[in-house]
Design a protein around this ligand. Structure first.
Ligand code: PLP
Length: 600
């Protein structure tokens, strides 16, 4: 197989430009730049045929399913059931009834945990997952273990991000494992797990195997029977289909014996107040009106994936991953996290030399139109394993090109270059700070520290001034820049004070906050804080202008929620950033309560 810059040639030809023209969103812009979408692990873009199928459903087919005696309802039912047959063929299930429609992978795993899990687990049993799992394949098992008395066991990973196979076999040998639940592909690191062998070993040990296939199905052919998977779960939106629909495949022999999870319409054979007879599978697990539009459009996604041929697209993606890995490794100070021998199209990385927080990396790439994910990727235990809080993640799909990677790498190189310049200034500042504090211990440093002064006569006035400034700045771009500028002017917080005691939890980036009662005052709070992320430093700047140097009781009485809404921060910050901001506010309020002598 030979490769050119944009497609695999020869017998396995894959025409990426033709494929790209099927995806309208790929022709759009972000910040005036052509969009480079590299966040396919989070969700994939949709081809025109899927978009048309979703709107076409409402234009021509909309009726509730399974209940109508009229033609329209019968047509909607047929379209819905037609998708089930397509899904079965797509994953090689023995029959359509083994494919249950759910909201997505998360709901599928919860369904299995709450039915099969609840039915079979008891005290002394074990559920085995791996350190590599998405929270969706951790939390439902924790919950069901807590409810049944079973124990959750975790297979560790090695430094490459591969499952420790010896440990896996050791866990199985105890004979206590009743359920194994492991992902086919890791979303945070891209590791492809040897799922077929793992299933075989689990069966030999008498356990059933649940595969979290969320990150696999759009990246290679799936054959649940060849795998001998007991359950296989995936989401429509990660396979070019709509959001809000997914599939939980299960072997009939298991599904038939499982109790339903949710009760309601469509899952019953008959109902009296004394007794309810449940429907057969698949209806037994599909209570209520489902996402009919989503299911119908999922058929179009499956047709699309079948037509492009997942074998060819997988070869193309493997080639692109190799190229991307080589190019990304050129970026100075960048470290790839997750170097498994078998990897899907994911490159997770941190910038360590000098340090640039993943959040800042993501925001800077965004300015160049490049969409990557930053954070813990719903895999906090993976981050803990590598002793990091977050990574930035490039995740590719078959419509990405070498050009996409080149743009991302050039943007990353700019981030690295400006970080080097910033680091030089910081080293200089740190030297000055060290010289000034040489020989002092943390307490003495605290005594002599310059805290942020009051920006106005009261919290209320400071808030009004800030709201006025934000109104004047107008659009969010200007406001964002203003916040970043505030962050670059923060008074320094010496490293010696950045300890576990001063750490603010709830933030994805690293935040430290030191507060005290201002000397020679009754009840004035002043504080300093710092973070490894630019935007968070900016938010600290906002909070300092508002709170630092103000009376503790005023701080506690102030309507901070209303203020955040007035600034528009509630709408323009991501949920994790809002959580981080809430964490800082809580810490400041706790300190204010201590000074005021009241409960926070
Ligand atoms: C490996 C893995 N499992 C489960 C999920 C949850 O999928 P959903 O949010 O579609 O339910 C994801 C989503 O990113 C994932 O990557």
């Amino acid at each position: 197989m030979t490769t050119t810059s944009e497609h695999v040639t020869g017998a396995d030809a894959f025409d990426v430009q033709k494929v790209r023209s099927d995806f309208p969103l790929l022709a759009t812009k972000a910040h005036g730049k052509p969009i480079i979408y590299l966040d396919n692990g989070a969700t994939t873009q949709k081809p025109r045929c899927v978009i048309d199928a979703a709107s076409g459903y409402y234009e021509k087919l909309n009726a509730n399913i399974h209940r109508g005696v009229y033609q329209l309802s019968e047509l909607a039912t047929a379209a819905y059931e037609h998708t089930r047959a397509k899904v079965a063929k797509f994953i090689n299930a023995a029959e359509p009834a083994e494919c249950i429609f759910v909201r997505g992978t998360t709901e599928g795993i919860n369904l299995i945990a709450n039915t099969y899990g609840r039915q079979h687990l008891t005290s002394g049993d074990e559920v085995l997952i791996s350190e590599l799992e998405h929270h969706s394949n951790i939390v439902p098992w924790q919950m069901i273990c807590a409810a049944t008395g079973a124990t959750l066991k975790v297979v560790p990973i090695n430094e490459a991000g591969e499952i420790d196979f010896d440990a896996y076999e050791r866990f199985l040998k105890t004979g206590r494992v009743k359920i194994v639940a492991i992902n086919h592909v890791s979303n945070s690191l891209g590791t492809v797990n040897p799922i077929e062998k793992m299933i075989m070993l689990a069966h030999r040990a008498g356990a059933v195997f649940v595969v979290d296939g969320a990150q696999w199905v759009a990246h290679g052919p799936t054959d649940v029977r060849a795998l001998d998977a007991d359950f296989y779960v995936f989401s429509g939106h990660k396979m070019m289909g709509p959001t809000g629909v997914g599939v939980m495949y299960g072997k009939r022999a298991l599904l038939d014996k499982m109790p339903p999870w949710q009760g309601g319409g469509d899952m019953i054979a008959s109902v009296t107040f004394a007794r309810t007879e449940y429907a057969e599978i698949p209806n037994k697990f599909e209570a209520g009106t489902p996402n009919i539009e989503g299911v119908v459009a999922l058929a179009a996604a499956i047709d699309y994936l079948t037509a492009i041929d997942l074998r060819k697209s997988a070869a193309y993606e493997a080639d692109l991953l190799a190229y991307a890995t080589k190019r990304v490794s050129e970026v100075p100070g960048l470290k790839i996290i997750g170097t498994a021998k078998q990897k899907a199209g994911v490159i997770s990385f941190v910038m360590t030399d000098p340090v640039v927080s993943s959040l800042d990396v993501g925001r800077k790439l965004d300015r160049d139109g490049v969409c990557v994910r930053t954070g813990h990727h719903c895999c906090q235990p993976v981050m803990d394993h590598f002793k990091i809080g977050s990574t930035a993640r490039i995740s590719i799909a078959f419509y990405n090109t070498r050009h996409d990677i080149d743009v991302a790498v050039e943007s990353l190189k700019k981030v690295a270059a400006s970080a080097v310049t910033r680091a030089r200034t910081e080293v200089h500042d740190a030297r000055n700070a060290a010289a000034a504090t040489a020989g002092s211990d943390a307490l003495a440093i605290l005594e002599n520290l310059r805290f942020a002064p009051a920006s106005a006569a009261s919290v209320r006035k400071a808030a009004d001034e800030m709201i006025e400034t934000f109104d004047f700045l107008g659009d969010w771009e200007n406001r964002d820049q203003f916040i970043l500028d505030l962050g670059s002017k923060l008074l320094p917080l010496p490293t010696v004070l950045k300890t576990e005691a001063t750490r603010v939890h709830g933030c994805q980036s690293i935040v430290h906050l030191v507060a005290r009662k201002k000397p020679q005052t009754e009840d004035v709070l002043e504080f300093l804080a710092d973070s490894d992320a630019h935007i968070v430093r900016g938010l600290i700047g906002v909070l300092q202008k508002l709170y630092s140097g103000q009376k503790a009781r005023d701080i506690l009485a102030f309507d901070i929620t209303g203020f955040i809404e007035k600034l528009g921060l509630d709408k323009h910050l991501s949920m994790t950033r809002r959580n981080g901001l809430a964490g800082m506010i809580q810490k400041i309020r706790e300190q204010a309560a201590l000074i005021a002598g009241v409960k926070p």
